[in-house]
Design a protein. Sequence first.
Length: 150
Amino acid sequence: MTIEDSNTIDSELVDAPPFIPLVFALLRKPKWKKRLFKLLSISTLDVRGTSLLLLVEIRTMNTSKLYSIKALLDSRATESFIDRDFVYSKGINTWTLLCNILVFNIDGSPNEAGQISKVIDILLCYKTHSERMLLAVFSLGKQSLILGYN
């Protein structure tokens, strides 16, 4: 390294790209994994039965297949979920997570359906609005899709 005086550094060193060790490049998470929560809360219906069901369309990002589905709009769920049976019956491709995500009911008890190990990447369309989302694949029972507040 050539230092002409204490305030000037050789121009070759300033223009050189920063060195990023291979270990850090391999440990970096993809963007879709950064968007996931470590802990999720789910509820399917409120006590008064005033939940809102919407007919929406989802388009898979990898195959561009379009599906119509009823979505439960639920402001108490921390994430959006899609039913495992719906995903497998339609043959929708899923992404497997490296670490499973715990799911708790709204009262704080662990959900009996287990943990989330897969997600799907979709474009959700409702009337003139569309939004790209990651949906956690989970056993939802009577519901096919739950839209949380994410």
